[in-house]
Design a protein around this ligand. Structure first.
Ligand SMILES: Nc1ncnc2c1ncn2[C@@H]1O[C@H](COP(=O)(O)OP(=O)(O)OP(=O)(O)O)[C@@H](O)[C@H]1O
Ligand SMILES: [Mg+2]
Length: 460
């Protein structure tokens, strides 16, 4: 069932129930008002008649005077008037029917001859018409000598009440109809937004990410539209990065391959005689193969890290030893480039639980970056110190630095400041993942033209 139908349906249920309850209440009130009014009028007339009797006829015989009494009672009333003696026998009736019949089956008459005024609503036994009757005791010297009964037909009143009920029902139906139309309109505003979103999502499933969902209102659906637009543009961006990456990786792979192939051809052509050339060629082929191997390893590593398939081999690590070891490893390269590499590690550094090989990989990545982006005569400082609960290792250089715009992106996978530069753009992304696996934090601060400082915080 569509959302629109569900929304309109629920509006309708709520409104219909409300209207129904209101209608029932109104109709019951109208009925009560009409019947109560008639009863009050009859009761007044009966009371007046009884006091008239008490004043002027108390000394006389009821049966003998009943005709005169009836004339007196009927002058001021349109209702049917009946007079009964103390046993409930009918003495007079203004419609002239049923003299002498016993009226005691009517509860109001029973009450009146017992001394209590009473009203009764029901069907007249003769005409089968709905009537309202009020009986009032006639008293002489405080003794009930008979009763007077005023009877009014309810046929007219009931038809008036029915008319009013029909009118109320009509109004109720009108309200329900208006609410239905309004509901369709209002729910349309919601469903249109949802349809927009669905269309966009459909296009995305088909691989078309150049969407721009129109934001109709500033509500939850509007912000969902924003989110979807953002998601699509991120996907487009990462597609772009992926494509760049593939072309740069193929380029990276091609360079060593070309060099290997070139040397193989040279060596084949030179024959067996030239031992020096052979050695040089084989050395280069070896180092280029190593480079290829490293690149493939890096890629595999990253895919494992990225999909969370890697676990750390945590062991106690002496940070100072590790840093000095790396320093010795990269020192010759720095010296070749004319860059000075300083390692400043306190021997009192606490021992931390870490995966030594992974940590080494992170530090080599960072120092490799610094070496790549620092020209002679620059300097690189690797420093380790303690902070409450943490050790902080920083790699600072005096190199080219990173522009503010690039700084936000350098941790992204495949991102390179210069798309044509060597490298896969994975170094920092991998390092960040590894530090996160250690429950640590990697932060980069940089000023363009002055240098870069990368800090990693590791919990002790
Ligand atoms: N120390 C630094 N000085 C200046 N720029 C840096 C520095 N470190 C990183 N960058 C910038 O951040 C980008 C991403 O670095 P990252 O280490 O992730 O990739 P890469 O070094 O280009 O490639 P890879 O490390 O995979 O060989 C670099 O291309 C460079 O533009
Ligand atoms: Mg790098």
């Amino acid at each position: 069932m569509s959302i629109q139908k569900r929304l309109v349906g629920s509006y309708l249920v709520v409104i219909s129930i409300t209207v129904l309850i209101l209608e029932i209440f109104l109709i019951v009130s109208v009925r009560y008002y009409y019947f109560h009014n008639i009863e009050r009028v009859l009761m007044n007339q009966a009371e007046l008649s009884a006091s008239f009797f008490q004043q002027y006829f108390a000394e006389e015989d009821l049966e003998k005077q009943s005709e005169r009494l009836l004339q007196g009672f009927t002058t001021h009333s349109d209702a049917q008037v009946q007079i009964m003696d103390s046993s409930g026998r009918l003495l007079q009736d203004s419609t002239g029917l049923d003299f002498g019949s016993l009226m005691t089956p009517y509860p109001d008459v029973q009450a009146a001859i017992a001394g209590q005024p009473e009203s009764w609503k029901g069907k007249d036994s003769g005409t089968r018409e709905p009537v309202l009757a009020v009986s009032y005791p006639l008293k002489a010297h405080n003794i009930t000598v008979g009763a007077v009964r005023f009877v009014s037909s309810l046929t007219g009143t009931i038809s008036t009440i029915n008319h009013i009920a029909c009118l109320l029902l009509g109004v109720g139906l009108l309200v329900v109809a208006i609410v239905t139309i309004l509901g369709l309109f209002l729910s349309g505003t919601i469903t249109r937004s949802i349809q927009d979103l669905k269309q966009a999502a459909d296009r995305m499933t088909e691989g078309d990410f150049r969407i721009n969902v129109h934001k109709r209102y500033r509500d939850e659906l509007g912000s969902l539209a924003d989110t979807l637009n953002k998601m699509a543009s991120r996907i487009v961006q990462s597609e772009q990065l992926k494509n760049d990456f593939i072309s740069s990786v193929s380029h990276e792979l091609r360079t060593p391959l070309t060099s290997i192939k070139g040397w193989v051809i040279t060596l084949k052509a030179s024959g067996d005689g030239n031992q020096d050339l052979l050695h040089e060629g084989l050395d280069i082929i070896e180092s280029e193969s190593d480079r290829l191997g490293r690149m493939v390893d890096e890629l595999l590593d990253f895919s494992k890290l990225d999909s969370g398939r890697i676990t750390l081999d945590l062991k106690p690590v002496q940070l100072a030893d590790l840093l000095h070891h790396i320093g010795r490893q990269l020192g010759p390269r720095a010296a070749r480039q004319g860059v000075s590499l300083h390692i400043q590690a306190d021997e009192m550094l606490p021992i931390i639980q870490a995966d030594e090989n992974r940590l080494k990989q992170v530090l080599i990545n960072l120092i490799d970056n610094s070496l790549k982006f620092t020209d002679a005569p620059g300097s690189i400082t690797v420093e380790a110190c303690t902070a409450p609960g943490h050790v902080i290792v920083s790699v600072a250089d005096t190199g080219t630095g990173i522009s503010e715009g690039n700084l936000a992106n350098v941790l992204q996978k495949f991102y390179k400041g210069d798309p044509h530069a060597t490298g896969s753009g994975l170094g920092l992304a991998i390092s960040d993942q590894i530090v996160k696996l250690h429950k640590g934090e990697l932060q980069i601060a940089s000023t363009e033209g002055q240098g870069t400082k990368v800090q990693i915080r590791l919990p002790i």
